[in-house]
Design a protein. Structure first.
Length: 372
């Protein structure tokens, strides 16, 4: 769960955890019981975190996920509540903690000699000053590639010597993913997955909430015999930022499908069934690049105007559609020769000579190296 400063309930939840934690923390100094547990935590159970939990059968540890989400706790045996004395006690006696974001009470946890590892929610897509980043609290920070390391150290001025290039486990999972339980889906699918789209910028011709743009996509789907799956950014659909008229238009269109209306297990399945990705400034393109699927980039308005994007977006290998005519031409090129539309030069630039097949082995070996 990501903390929302405007939500009073979030303050009450974190206050409850803080109280449980301090009480248990004090107790743990007098009664110690080491275990063979790995705890994981992050804002959402997806991406690297979800893939990491699948490692459990290959490690000599039980892997648990700490969360405030009652539905996850109710539906998954590996999900445990933060607000529970027994769970916090186990956390404070574990060997390793893996996180995609920051760790609550991180400095106090470090006093317990627990190794903490950040496995990343995503690559460094913007240029910011990271001299005082909380990443320095981690024993190790596992990153996706040498490009990621260059951006973090050279462009973002991060000086701590705790970065390790392991690759992202979600990329390995994509490579190994089998089309289970989705073979019954009929049709050729395109995934449209933009970054967050401010409603105030509907004048942007490529804004996800622009009905004119959605109409263009619907017509391109009809012309090319494709079904286009509309998947807004998580912040837009989770926080209900999508107008009802937009949803109604998508659901009534013959060639547009709202992503929640497809019965799939997770977002990985959306990637697997899609022949093509349409996106703008979203790092989801790296998932498609990993498995050699074509991508169309749109030159939409940037979500945050006063931000400098990193080399993941600002490079010589991404060409962007400037208007609807460009978009139509890109569709035509894709339909004529799908394989030639794959951006091998971009993949080489992003991953260089990194062996994506080695990612799982990299994770396992680094865990073994901790010798705990």
């Amino acid at each position: 769960m990501k903390f929302n400063r405007r939500n009073l309930v979030h303050y009450l939840i974190f206050l409850s955890y803080f109280s449980f934690f301090l009480l248990t923390y004090t107790f743990s100094f007098f009664y110690k019981k080491k275990n063979r547990l790995i705890y994981t935590m992050g804002h959402r159970l997806d991406g690297n975190l979800e893939s990491f939990l699948e490692l459990s059968s290959k490690l000599d540890y039980e892997i648990r996920y700490l969360t405030f989400d009652k539905d996850l706790i109710r539906n998954h045996d590996f999900c445990y509540s933060y607000i529970n004395f027994k769970n916090i006690y186990s956390l404070l006696n574990c060997k390793l903690i893996f996180a995609t974001h920051g760790i609550l009470m991180h400095k106090l946890i470090k006093l317990k000699k627990i190794k903490t590892i950040n496995i990343g929610h995503g690559v460094q897509t913007s240029i910011i000053d990271m001299q005082n980043s909380d990443l320095k609290l981690f024993d190790e920070v596992w990153i996706s590639s040498s490009l990621d390391k260059k951006i973090i150290t050279n462009d973002c001025n991060y000086k701590e010597n705790n970065l390790f290039i392991t690759g992202f486990l979600k990329y390995y999972s994509l490579l190994k993913k089998e089309l289970q339980n989705i073979q019954e889906l009929q049709g050729d699918f395109v995934l449209y997955a933009p970054t967050s789209s401010p409603k105030a910028e509907k004048e942007d011709i490529f804004n996800a909430f622009n009905i004119e743009f959605l109409t263009v996509l619907d017509k391109l789907g009809a012309k090319n015999n494709l079904k286009i799956i509309i998947k807004p950014h998580y912040n837009d659909y989770f926080y209900k930022n999508i107008d009802l008229d937009i949803l109604a238009f998508i659901k009534s269109s013959k060639n547009l499908i709202y992503f929640e209306d497809i019965n799939l297990e997770n977002s990985t399945d959306l990637i697997m069934i899609s022949e093509l990705l349409i996106t703008d400034w979203s790092s989801i393109y790296l998932d498609f690049l990993t498995i050699d699927k074509p991508i169309i980039f749109l030159d939409s308005f940037k979500r945050r105007k006063n931000i400098t994007l990193s080399r993941y977006f600002e490079n010589d290998f991404i060409e962007r559609c400037k208007n609807y005519s460009d978009l139509e031409i890109s569709f035509e090129k894709f339909k004529k020769n799908e394989k030639s539309f794959i951006n091998h030069k971009l993949k080489k630039y992003i991953f260089q000579d990194f062996d994506l097949e080695s990612i799982e082995a990299n994770y396992i070996q680094r865990i073994i190296n901790f010798n705990v």
